[in-house]
Design a protein around this ligand. Sequence first.
Ligand code: SF4
Length: 339
Amino acid sequence: MGKNLALLTLNKVVKHFDISGGFLDQLRFQGLRPRLEKTRVHALNDVSLTLEKGETLSVVGESGCGKSTLARTVMGLYRPDSGEIYYGKDRIDHLDSGEMLVHRRKMQMIFQDPYASLNPRMTVRQTLEEPLRFHHPSISEGEVQDRVALVMEQVGVNPRWGERYPHEFSGGQRQRVSIARALMVDPEFIVADEPISALDVSIQAQILNLLMEAQEMRGLTYMMITHDLSVVAHISTRVAVMYLGTLCELASAANLFETARHPYTRALLSAIPRLGQKKPAHIKLKGEVPTPIHLPSGCVFHGRCLYANERCRREVPQLLAGGSGVFVACHGVEEGRIS
Ligand code: SF4
């Protein structure tokens, strides 16, 4: 996976959330004997992957699969329970907020809802000035104003609107301001968590194009969190498919859309209507997604998989290289039962 060019590396990252609540919530009885039982959401389970410089890695999966937790863990907003995260050669998963500052400038995040992520009491100019002054305290006033005007222009927001507040903008313009805020400090890496899903369909393509232009102009690396597979096909270099906090498949976008191997990826892709396809061969999965509180044994997908066998119910499949940069975690693929 091009180790020399790795910008971000995750090695067996685990993140569980304790939702046990208070004493009474934890109290259980075994016959007459009381005991306390913790309840944990298994949001990320041994996730390993590498992001290469300049690529767009899309992380996809149904709601609750752990993709947003992955984004926040990478950004240092959640501390993993175990595993390692490296930014370049620097290990960052155990850093406190002060130590993380040196990396924070290079790593920025764009959120799903630009209205919620912008401070309603700050003008656009103040919103854009803030990260620049924070990370470069000695910067001159003239440089700040020049940079604000330049970045506003680059994202397609008129620099004369700098004194306006977020509520005076449309959803698309607000997301442009969010992107501008991320770009103000000249980052290398941006995590975008569903950056267009809260926007009107008519402006989603504009925002995607803006992100791609910014990437080309600045050599940015993106981790794009999305559930929208049509977006993935449009923007991604590679795609990571997640199910119940577990990485199922990792492949180039072209490879994944052409020859997905993991049964879950195939089911996801079969749900996208395609031009020229008379009858979309929609693969219907059995049952519901299990709760991440009680993970199934073996392969977390086995309860819904048409190819599950005894080994699948017992043994956790490892993410194995399958040639052409494809990685799949599936016993069926490994055994040649699924091609
Ligand atoms: Fe299906 Fe088994 Fe592969 Fe899991 S490991 S996806 S249950 S075939």
